[in-house]
Design a protein around this ligand. Structure first.
Ligand code: CTP
Length: 413
């Protein structure tokens, strides 16, 4: 999934021939899952029509301070009636990122000087989000000290320049100054956004799902865990830039994400072995699996026959994976789950100490909507200083985000 997915992108188009390429640019943003709004300078409309861009972006195109009726067939009085104030402050605040493409020498210079004579420049001056420029101009203009001064000033404001490419120019000359190709602009933005993700460079081990403990070749002791909580945490951590090792017991869930390595296991012992294989090299470990606490002491080689009126299985304890990770802990930030039915907070605090955790996520069975097979969860965070933070009933995706945000807040390695 692209890091641009779900991002609100404001595309500002200024008046250069490369404006015709913004149709592809908008399509690529939409394909990546971004929401796009377009602001055009008046000059840019000579190179591409607002109708093209509103159709591709699925949003009205903005271009003047007051006329919202740019791309409709309305004319005269009706257009005036439909006209409304285009709030540049609102547009600027809506955006997660602004891309000015093509960025002409004129527009960049006016932005540097706060010369606010069109909606795009007013929006730029109101925005608080990252702003990227994809300049496009003839080679001599691109190299002119005035243009270089604009680049320097924009960079000093914290903006980013996506270098122009070399090749044939609209003037017939050949050299540096062509707007970067739309695919390259998207790649530049993705690489830049990815490098800034809060968990970039971090490795996270996550356990998920149930474990099955064999009784004989066809029967097992298991539980109703679906694995959803652990999978949601894995997806969320990967969206924040982490490299995830997801160790899951039997579940129907799957992941299609290059940053998540899914290792499927069956028994608690297998989960233990895989966790220990990776634990030394991870920064964070989150134990969301519902591991069986006991397993049959002896596993029958053949299917057990129903010969006797009564039948009992001798059980032995499985290894506590989380506790074993707590014992080996060096710099890892270790999170466990607790499912309690009585004295929840006190029991959870004991578990933090017993298993050497940094944070525990407490589920109480007394909370309606929490637990196995439900789409929602109601949790309470307790950290190792015993600060207790009850959370609202939320979807498991939202709970996953809360957990990952806790990791980002509390983990400083
Ligand atoms: N856990 C584990 N390995 C086990 C058992 C549990 O890694 N063999 C982890 C779970 O993934 C969870 C945490 O330990 O993060 C808490 O498990 P829970 O069953 O609530 O508590 P227990 O420590 O098993 O204690 P008890 O069942 O006695 O409450």
């Amino acid at each position: 999934m692209s890091v641009l997915s779900g991002k609100k992108v404001l595309l500002g188009i200024s008046g250069g021939i490369a404006a015709y390429k913004t149709a592809s640019l908008v399509r690529l943003f939409i394909k990546a899952g971004a929401h796009v709004q377009v602001i055009m300078t008046p000059a840019s409309k000579d190179f591409i029509t607002p109708l093209t861009l509103s159709t591709l972006s699925k949003n009205p195109v903005h271009s003047s301070f007051y006329n919202e009726d740019d791309d409709s067939s309305h004319t005269g009085e009706q257009a005036k009636q439909n006209a409304e104030w285009n709030n540049h402050v609102e547009l600027g605040l809506w955006a997660d990122l602004i891309l000015i493409a093509p960025a002409t020498a004129n527009t960049m210079s006016k932005m540097v000087n706060g010369n606010c004579d069109n909606l795009l420049i007013a929006t730029y001056l109101s925005a608080k989000c990252p702003v990227y420029f994809a300049p496009a101009m003839d080679l001599d203009m691109y190299k002119h000290p005035s243009t270089i001064a604009s680049f320097d000033a924009l960079k000093s404001f914290g903006n980013f320049i996506i270098p122009a490419e070399s090749g044939e120019l609209a003037s017939g000359l050949s050299g540096e100054g062509r707007m970067a190709e739309p695919e390259n602009i998207i790649a530049f933005l993705e690489a830049d956004l990815e490098s800034k993700l809060p968990l970039k460079g971090k490795k996270i081990l996550i356990t998920a799902g149930p474990t099955y403990e064999a009784i004989d070749p066809v029967r097992f002791i298991g539980n109703h865990s679906t694995g959803k909580m652990g999978f949601d945490i894995a997806i969320c951590a990967s969206n924040m830039g982490a490299e995830v090792i997801l160790v899951s017991g039997p579940t129907h869930l799957a992941v299609n994400n290059t940053n998540i390595m899914l290792i499927r296991v069956v028994s608690a012992q297998q989960m233990y072995d895989v966790c220990h294989q990776y634990y030394n090299n991870v920064d964070v470990a989150i134990a969301a699996a519902a591991v069986a606490d006991y397993r049959p002491k002896n596993v029958a080689n053949q299917k057990i026959k129903k010969n006797d009126a009564e039948f009992s299985i001798e059980l032995e304890k499985t290894k506590d994976i989380l506790a074993s990770l707590g014992e080996l802990k060096q710099n890892q930030f270790l999170i466990g789950f607790a499912l309690e039915t009585e004295n929840e907070i006190e029991n959870a605090k004991l578990k933090i100490q017993k298993k050497n955790l940094d944070l525990i996520v407490l589920n109480s069975l007394q909370d309606e909507g929490a637990g196995f097979g439900k789409p929602t969860n109601k949790i309470t965070f307790i950290d190792k200083s015993f600060v207790v933070e009850p959370m609202e009933l939320k979807s498991k995706e939202e709970v996953a985000l809360d957990i990952i945000n806790k990791v980002i807040q509390q983990y400083h390695a």
